[in-house]
Design a protein around this ligand. Sequence first.
Ligand code: FAD
Ligand code: UDP
Length: 384
Amino acid sequence: MAEIDLVVVGSGFYGLTVAERAAVELGRKVVVIDRRDHIGGNAYSKAEDETGIEVHCYGAHLFHTSNPRVWEYVNRFTSFTDYVHRVYTTHRGEVFPMPINLGTVNQFFRSAHGPRAARDLVAEQAAEVHSDDVSNLEEKAISLIGRPLYEAFIRDYTAKQWQTDPTELPAEIISRLPVRYTYDNRYFNDTWEGLPTDGYTAWIERMADHPNIEVRLSTDFFDESQPVNKSAVVGNVPVVYTGPVDRYFDYSEGELSWRTLDFEQEVLPVGDFQGTSVMNYADLEIPYTRIHEFRHFHPEREYPGDKTVIMREFSRFAERGDEPYYPVNTPEDRARLLAYRELGKQESGVHFGGRLGTYQYLDMHMAIGSALSAYENRIRADLT
Ligand code: FAD
Ligand code: UDP
């Protein structure tokens, strides 16, 4: 290991941000390993064989941030298109704009309210549940938007997504549900948003493109037959570990629970299937939560006019061996996480980071932002 200054486990945005900083700013030799056969973690994308349409292989990824530091950093590796994300939802054979806004409210109630009247209407319906009394997602949502809107757009979608009745889900999940009393139907509120002009993989490859960074793919940190593995490295070389924290400790405190997604991809012989990039399906009769149509993420590109790629998304609890996507975060999970954090503190020279390493849902800008902070506040000191 003499020639390696830092081992990064996982080539997602968290791991690559730390690797890039250590290589460029400090001139350190970094080895990045990933168990998958490609770089980039869940943000990885590739051109679909038949159509050339860029497909986000682990679900649609939309970049957005209000953090000037992150925005400056990511622009070193890619420019962004002016794509603005908008989502629609189908309920009982009718399409509505999401997130719930004045357009959704007026279409749903067959009304022509202005902001004030719509606010009063929703407040009257929401009064059924007092916001101080909420103990679960259903009550929280009703206290925010009233029962009719909740039952149409939230209840069944959420039940499909979490495979759990909303009365048994924590209220926090929905606290970020915005309702807008304007016709603004932008999905994100952030200062900057867009998609990487020449795709996620080109962006990610540029982050790793440095003589001091070596990426080894199809390499599992727990595979003792590999030269860079946990027993060989920990204690000898600083490590940034972005894999699942429970796996690192061999599940000694129990397994953390995750939700996973199944994706069904299809090439259709039409130029445009749904007229927009993401269509949610609010009703239980439709087993998937949404359909992505990738050509609409890049209207500026020349894609074939007679074919399109769609991806249906299904949600379920993950079992060991499935891709862990969203932390479920039950009280048992939180207790286990605390126990793993305590164990983590005793692993000298190992930094746990990223979505899997901290058991936290992180958007890309959050993964990058927290990697930059961890590098500056803790990791750099181990390398100098
Ligand atoms: P990851 O990208 O998961 O990278 C971790 C890497 O570690 C993986 O490549 C994995 O193979 C590797 N690894 C794990 N264990 C080992 C091991 N034992 N040995 C070697 N390697 C290992 N963010 C947004 O900003 N906008 C979005 O629209 C958005 N949509 C998303 C949709 C879905 C379905 C999901 C799951 C996430 C979405 N995200 C989105 C979040 C985004 O994917 C994450 O912010 C980002 O991937 C976090 O990067 P990371 O480096 O922490 O983790
Ligand atoms: N949600 C919903 N109906 C929708 C969209 C979202 O009920 O049409 C709820 C659902 O509970 C979901 C949460 O809002 O878990 C967050 O939605 P978001 O689209 O941000 O989820 P993600 O894209 O991260 O899966």
